[in-house]
Design a protein around this ligand. Sequence first.
Ligand code: NAP
Length: 348
Amino acid sequence: MADAALPAPRTPDPADAPSLGWGVLGPGEIAGDFVDALQRHTGQRVVAVGSRSADRAERFAVRYDVPRVHVGYEALVADPEVDVVYVATPHREHARNALLAVAAGKHVLVEKPVAVTAAQARSIFAAAAAAGVFAMEAMWTRFLPQTDVVAQVLERGGLGPVSLATADFAGGGSADPASRLLDPAQGGGALLDLGVYVAWWSHLVLGPPDRVTARGLLGATGVDEQATLVLETGAAQGVVTTGFRGRTAWRATAVGARARIEVAAPFWAASGLTLVGADGTVAGAWEDPFGRPFRQGLCYEAAAVARAIAEGRSEHPDHPAATAVAVLETIDAARHELGYADPPGWSA
Ligand SMILES: NC(=O)c1ccc[n+]([C@@H]2O[C@H](COP(=O)([O-])OP(=O)(O)OC[C@H]3O[C@@H](n4cnc5c(N)ncnc54)[C@H](OP(=O)(O)O)[C@@H]3O)[C@@H](O)[C@H]2O)c1
């Protein structure tokens, strides 16, 4: 619902974006949800899927009606019908897979986190820029209508001087020490899996921090299972929490001298927000009316990518390379402070 105190989102209808041919690299859980969102809400064409296994590729293709099947990611990125590759493998594989797609001359959308370190992220974006192709981290929350409402309020200074950003995203995890969520070699830990969302929120509201302070707990496998970060940008603070040891409320706020925004749970998917005055009275409210809950909201980032590529851009202004790299610099700093050093091979 629009509200006089809050601007309407400028988010275009995802169904209207120019239609590109997408190739899915790594047919796992999120890849299925991404394809489902595209097929329900956009005119994007999922033309091919690539898997390390013929059987997994075939099953995904049958389930989601994908016409072309490739065994091996090299074959997928070489497919002339594929305009843009969606990298949906585990974090540790992102840089290798994204660089493969870029080397084949394909545009690329890489699941979050775009890489396990800021250095790897830089290498992806540098290669894409050199090849003249588009590259973006799949920070889909940035492309939700509610985030555009927040962005407009911040652009207009509607909160007054902003002193605080808060966000929490903890939950999930795994009981299996070999799972990608707990194995350091695979980029385990809450910061890399969920913490990118809360760190990104602080970057959105306050900009990149001058100073990162982290407190948290490493589990038996050596990865962070709980972390709270203070991200200081000038005199403003981002206070953000992530973890696997319990489920938090999944809310986010931006607090200024005149007003604050409270994004309802789950802040990272379509929900709603409230504008609260400094005296505590509700000044405005906006509830997402578009009916694309949870991961159906992945349709917005896909449409934004298609538009940016059609416009000849190499990155998206709402989630450029610099932001994705800066968020990973924050995660790197927090991980290292908690004692979770880069496992061997992460420099590549
Ligand atoms: N945007 C979101 O809301 C969201 C939600 C969940 C996850 N994600 C992100 O998406 C990525 C994938 O997560 P997921 O939960 O979809 O993972 P998943 O279900 O395990 O699927 C990952 C796929 O990657 C391929 N793969 C390539 N190398 C692999 C390796 N070394 N180990 C395991 N699989 C490998 C596998 O496909 P083949 O072997 O068949 O090729 C597998 O099906 C993660 O980076 C995660 O952060 C994003």
